[in-house]
Design a protein around this ligand. Structure first.
Ligand SMILES: Cc1cc2nc3c(=O)[nH]c(=O)nc-3n(C[C@H](O)[C@H](O)[C@H](O)COP(=O)(O)OP(=O)(O)OC[C@H]3O[C@@H](n4cnc5c(N)ncnc54)[C@H](O)[C@@H]3O)c2cc1C
Length: 485
């Protein structure tokens, strides 16, 4: 599909292999590429980085897998679009919470919270404030109903506390409440001042709780990538659509031509206009790109010689502001390796990205020292930069204040022979791996239909180019391997 005069179109007609260019090799891109290849398309994937996976980034430099991007399967159940693939690969999951936890992916009993003087917060207080937090969130629903105009969840909470002084907290209880809010900010990867009151609870959570991929997400990505023509270090700079073809230019000047293209780059990259579309994308598409909100969450993984921390899944530090709160995922519980993962989100994540990796790791360690003064220094560290990495420019989308949920759908809708996929095009499961995966399959099917229609008799062609599936054996269901709970 590399351009060489009219060669491509001649070949195409003779061999009758529809061609497609997939931009990006994250979950959405690889799902689309895999499915279109199964449907007998000639596929090439153009990837800007020197690795595949996108926001799946399983690092092995500690000598074992550590996910610096996604690490949970949200919704450990058969309905999860990724469950058949994960089940068939025999990959173990470590469930960190059941359904309906106020802390999203963690149950209360899996936490140990500390104040900044290193004193553990009594579990009863943590439990009580968890219930207060749930009550406050329920009360914000009244504010939502009273106001047709959107506001931030932070503002709604302030109104609730003003109206219900008995829900206000003082001292340590206040700090614990801030910590709950900080966890909410972590889930959305942004500060409470920017989360929409109207839409914050509109995402669909699959049942089954949340499971950590014990061996990392890499094996799933590798499976999807098998046999696909992927060109690494091919940063796309321009996409030109013609009547019956698409021409895609990469940084080096090389050009690729195909019947259609599937665009799966993160919305942060689209926002930065680092890819030029010719002719311009329609106004409604440009507006969607402009108005979608992208948050930042990072991971700072600290590898220690030995475990010296409490035997819980999550260690939290409470503080009088959400900015001052923090939490560490104890990977030792799930994987047996002595690693703590510090996860800043929102403004704190942005601020830490301005530091060197060494300084960021030191900062994370200083948070740990607040509660465990005798903590020994890490022997290795890893730091992610999802907010500033030019191939992501953000971690995942969230519902911004005053922004309609239609934006996700508008980003998805195809434009001529350009199809769009990626977590930000998934209205139901925004910001997730399984969401990204399912949008890749959907875009592949839309692309297949459109391209084959153009070639004429769809029914006849369907015998050769069968409908897209995630895998030939997707119908074989193997139970997920789950530990804990
Ligand atoms: C820190 C963090 C934690 C997360 N935790 C979870 C979790 O636990 N569970 C969960 O379900 N989800 C989680 N997510 C979200 C999840 O990772 C994403 O929703 C999902 O991986 C996105 O997949 P995608 O294919 O849409 O995009 P990406 O994976 O970002 O793929 C897009 C690809 O496009 C490439 N690209 C960019 N620009 C260009 C260009 N110009 N030319 C060519 N290629 C380009 C990128 O390099 C990338 O490979 C997390 C994300 C982050 C960052």
């Amino acid at each position: 599909m590399e351009k060489q005069g009219s060669y491509v179109s001649n070949i195409r007609r003779k061999s009758f292999s529809p061609t497609v260019i997939v931009i990006g090799s994250g979950f959405a891109g690889l799902a689309a590429a895999h499915a279109l290849k199964n449907a007998s398309f000639k596929v090439v994937v153009l990837e800007s980085r020197d690795r595949i996976g996108g926001r799946i980034c399983t690092d092995f430099s500690f000598g074992f897998p550590v996910d610096l991007g996604a690490s949970w399967l949200h919704g450990v159940c058969e309905e999860n679009p990724l469950a058949p693939l994960i089940g068939r690969l025999g990959l173990p999951l470590y469930r960190t919470s059941g359904d309906d936890s106020v802390l999203y992916d963690h149950d209360l009993e899996s936490y140990a919270l500390f104040d900044t003087n290193g004193h553990q917060v009594p579990q009863e207080l943590v439990q009580n404030i968890g219930e207060v937090f749930e009550t406050i969130l329920k009360e914000t629903d009244k504010i939502r109903k009273e106001n047709s105009e959107d506001m931030s969840i932070a503002k709604a909470i302030a109104i609730v506390l003003e109206r219900n002084p008995h829900l206000r907290q003082e001292g340590l209880a206040h700090d614990v409440l801030q910590w709950y809010l900080c966890r909410m900010e972590g889930w959305f990867a942004t500060d409470a001042e920017t989360i929409s009151l109207q839409s914050w609870d509109k995402e669909v959570l699959l049942p089954g709780g949340h499971g950590l991929m014990v061996r990392g997400y890499r094996p799933v990505i590798n499976t999807l990538a098998k046999g696909i023509d992927i060109r690494l270090r091919h940063r796309v700079t321009q996409v030109v659509r013609y009547n019956n073809s698409v021409e895609v230019m990469v940084e080096s000047g090389k050009t690729f031509v195909a019947d259609a293209a599937v665009v799966t780059v993160p919305v942060g990259v689209l926002k930065a206009n680092s890819i030029t579309f010719e002719p311009r994308l329609p106004d409604w598409k440009e507006e969607a790109i402009r108005d979608l909100s992208v948050g930042t969450e990072n991971k700072i993984a600290l590898h220690f010689e030995r475990v010296f921390w409490p035997n819980v899944e999550f260690i939290g530090v409470v503080s009088s502001t959400t900015y001052g709160c923090s939490y560490f995922l104890n990977l030792h519980k799930a994987t047996g390796y002595p690693v703590l993962v510090y996860m800043p989100a929102g403004q704190l994540a942005h601020d830490l990205e301005k530091l060197s990796d060494e300084a960021a790791a030191k900062f994370a360690f200083s948070q740990l020292q607040k509660i465990l003064p005798d903590a020994c220094e890490p022997i290795q560290y890893l730091v992610s930069h999802w907010g500033t990495d030019e191939s992501s420019l953000g971690s995942y989308t969230y519902d911004g204040v005053g922004k309609s949920r239609d934006l996700f759908e508008k980003l998805r809708i195809p434009v001529d022979n350009l199809f769009f996929a990626g977590e930000a095009t998934c209205i139901k499961y925004t910001g997730t791996v399984h969401g990204a995966f399912s949008t890749g399959l959907r875009a592949a099917e839309e692309c297949r239909m459109r391209v084959l229609e153009r070639y004429g008799d769809l029914r006849k062609l369907e015998r050769t180019f069968h409908p897209v599936t995630a895998d030939e054996a997707a119908s074989v269901s193997v139970p997920l391997l789950i530990s804990r709970l």
